[in-house]
Design a protein around this ligand. Structure first.
Ligand code: ATP
Length: 303
């Protein structure tokens, strides 16, 4: 294969509980992760010459070794002694530095792309293991779907697919540094913990309303203290009919759960011209079908 088009998917956290801090400084978490049908476009092409070139639609994104796609390609080239080059073209749609694992998902897609372009025949588990070297969320972005992540985010347990619904994603025009959010989290005197087991139970029952009742993220008050617009967006989403609206990951992106896509679309229109809003997307939950066979619909076409 000479060229592949991939769809790196975004994620939200239906639940995020920072349960503590380990002696080595890493935070212990319990998170319910959910992949969305919101995706970037990543094209990878084999070059006969041993070079890596990269283009992207966002001028402020690095296109050198600091880009997670380049990092993933380099990792695979070194590990599997690949002497051909790769041309990368990335069109970003997923908000950058928004708490939606956009970079991690790009890295996961690049690992898969290399696997297919160079016919390495690696399995999902192998790609997840490689992903650990690129970032804490990368193994999850290889696995995808509704998943419980524990430990420092590396212990993954697949859950039944979360109930069908419409999802509205609104990204304020500010960005949050995950590192700074965790630092501010550590300075808090009191921490409220979301009920992750109840959330999982609601998902297992397939009960959308119960799921919404138990969704929670204890990083939300931390990022919100810095960016009050998060609360404004949440309140507006709930007024516009969201069963629940919440911040994803370390933020500042807010997502709302609606009964269906139409309702999410209707509410989305109310955010199109809101001051301080950078991006608005209407989407749905992605769940993996046929995992292990051909990576579901991670890739869109082959040439
Ligand atoms: P998480 O949810 O895992 O905390 P995030 O959504 O907050 O991630 P990302 O969009 O993944 O954040 O990216 C954070 C930083 O990583 C950016 O500021 C950017 O400079 C860098 N980066 C490197 N490669 C990429 C990439 N392919 N896409 C987006 N950002 C990238």
């Amino acid at each position: 294969m000479e060229r592949i088009v991939l769809r790196p998917l975004a994620k939200v956290n239906l639940g995020l509980d920072v349960v503590g801090k380990r002696e080595d400084g890493y935070h212990e978490v319990r998170m319910v992760m959910q992949t969305l049908n919101l995706h970037d476009h990543l094209v990878m092409e084999v070059l006969q010459e041993d070079v890596i070139t990269m283009k992207t639609n966002l001028p402020y994104l690095p296109v050198n070794d600091n880009n997670l796609v380049v990092k993933a390609v380099k990792l695979m080239k070194e590990k599997y002694h690949i002497t051909k080059g790769v041309r990368i073209n990335l069109k970003k749609v997923i908000p950058v530095a928004g708490g939606m694992a956009g970079g991690s998902s790009n890295a996961a897609a690049a690992l898969l792309g290399m696997n297919l372009l160079f016919e390495l025949h690696l399995r999902t588990g192998d790609l997840m293991k490689l992903g650990e070297q690129l970032g804490a969320d990368v193994p999850y972005c290889v696995l995808r779907g509704t998943v419980l992540a524990e430990g420092i985010g590396e212990k993954l347990t697949t859950l039944p697919p979360a109930p069908k619904c419409g999802v509205l994603v609104v990204k304020p025009s500010v960005s949050a540094s995950t590192k700074k959010v965790y630092e501010a989290f550590d300075d808090q005197e009191e921490v409220k913990h979301p009920l992750i087991d109840e959330l999982i139970n609601a998902i297992e029952q397939g009960d959308l309303h119960e799921m919404c009742k138990y969704m929670g993220n204890n990083l939300e008050p931390v990022t919100m203290a810095k960016y009050p617009i998060i609360q404004t967006i949440i309140d507006k989403m709930e007024r516009e009919g969201a069963l629940r609206a919440m911040m994803s990951g370390s933020g500042p992106t807010v997502f709302g759960i609606f009964e269906d896509l139409e309702k999410a679309k209707g509410a989305g229109e109310q955010f199109a011209h809101m001051k301080g809003v950078g991006q608005v997307h209407v989407t749905s939950f992605y769940n993996v079908r046929g995992r292990g066979k051909n990576y579901g619909d991670f890739k869109t076409n082959r040439k």
